[in-house]
Write a protein that binds this ligand. Structure first.
Ligand code: ADP
Ligand code: TRP
Length: 328
């Protein structure tokens, strides 16, 4: 067995990926591929809870794959695939459903938030955390890097693993979430959590005009230019910090507090920084856009590699719960 830890996380291909996704999860995941065993995948079954248009789901899945590849995920150094290419995960989901207390799911904030925002309260949406637990547990994952909004879901996976192990004997590794405190929640244009469904995102690969418009529309307060401002409560400052070095942050902090400052000037500077930050990745992405067949091959190959591991775990589970009736 490798000494390395298994790091696993997924992302929904439910819309264009944004700075919240990048700093909350993707960047860290990509950095892990050089240190640990990285498992990174696109959760298209999960995306079915909110997308009911086949063409859109197909498109967004390939687009998210291109994003990850352009940003540096290396399919040779990692496991990189699409969730639906590993059907063992959905088999495991049903088995886990039977050791999942209803109350555990009823307490999930994410379900309640989504329903409050008008998403149809389907069985899929309610059972979402069980599918996520199967994703995590079938790969015997040690660490799950996510943004703060997913903390509770990883806790659910942990509870399900413990319940299963207590019922059937030691089977699953107990996973832990990894949240980077300073990036736990990247704010959106309006200061709420940046999220695809809030229409408040800056997309990583937006075209120049759109990105500029978005950055210029970051909501700020109406303190006059020559009066002191509070950087700690300003979401423009919070987004600026993601791209600036320590000296630049200090300098801007001082400007906010002690010097005349026009928010629009900072926004222009910020746009330049973001545009520059992703310049190389944008070039890379073009290559993948021109050869979608290569992207599909990469994903299929990744699924083949990952499926071996999932298949092994599932065999153990089938035995543990007695679904291998033929093996008496
Ligand atoms: P969205 O909320 O935009 O639909 P997902 O739910 O697909 O995004 O999230 C994918 C990953 O990105 C998760 O690990 C999630 O915690 C992280 N993430 C999403 N938005 C943010 C944000 N604003 N700040 C930090 N992390 C985020
Ligand atoms: N629920 C996660 C999200 O919306 C995506 C996800 C699905 C996931 N399966 C996972 C994250 C397994 C980590 C591990 O962001």
């Amino acid at each position: 067995m490798s000494e390395k830890k298994r790091i696993l996380s997924g992302i929904q291909p439910s819309g264009r990926l944004h700075l919240g996704n990048y700093f909350g999860m993707m960047k860290r995941m990509i950095e892990y591929q050089d240190k640990e065993d990285l498992f990174c995948f696109l959760v298209n079954y999960h995306a079915l809870t909110t997308i009911s248009n086949g063409n859109k789901l197909r498109k967004e899945t390939l687009s998210a794959a291109m994003d990850f590849l352009a940003l540096g995920i290396d399919p040779e150094k990692s496991y990189f695939w699409v969730q639906s290419d590993i059907p063992e995960v959905t088999e495991l989901t049903w088995i886990l459903s039977n050791v999942t207390p209803l109350g555990l799911l009823e307490r999930c904030h994410s379900y309640k938030d989504k329903v409050a925002r008008g998403i149809s309260p389907s069985h899929g949406l309610f059972a979402y955390p069980v599918l996520m637990a199967a994703d995590i547990l079938i790969f015997q994952s040690n660490i799950v890097p996510v943004g703060k909004d997913q903390k509770q879901h990883v806790e659910v996976a942990r509870d399900i693993a413990i319940k299963f192990n207590n019922t059937y004997g030691d089977t699953f590794v107990i996973p832990e979430e990894e949240i980077q405190q300073d990036l736990a929640t990247v704010p959106g244009l309006d200061g709420q959590k940046m999220a695809k469904s809030y229409d408040n995102t800056v997309e990583i690969f937006a075209d120049e005009k759109t990105m500029k418009q978005k950055v210029m529309s970051i909501v700020t307060d109406s303190t006059p230019v020559d009066q002191p401002k509070n950087p700690e409560t300003c979401n423009l400052f919070a987004i600026y910090k993601l791209f600036a070095n320590e000296d630049q942050v200090k300098e801007l902090d001082d400007k906010y507090r002690n010097k005349p400052l026009k928010y629009s000037e900072i926004k222009k500077e910020l746009f330049g920084m973001i545009w520059e930050y992703f310049a190389e990745a944008r070039q890379e992405r073009k290559k993948y856009e021109n050869s979608p067949g290569d992207v599909i091959n990469i994903l299929k190959k990744g699924a083949g590699k990952a499926r071996k591991i999932a298949g092994n775990t599932l065999q153990q589970i089938l035995k543990a719960v007695g679904l291998n009736y033929f093996d008496f």
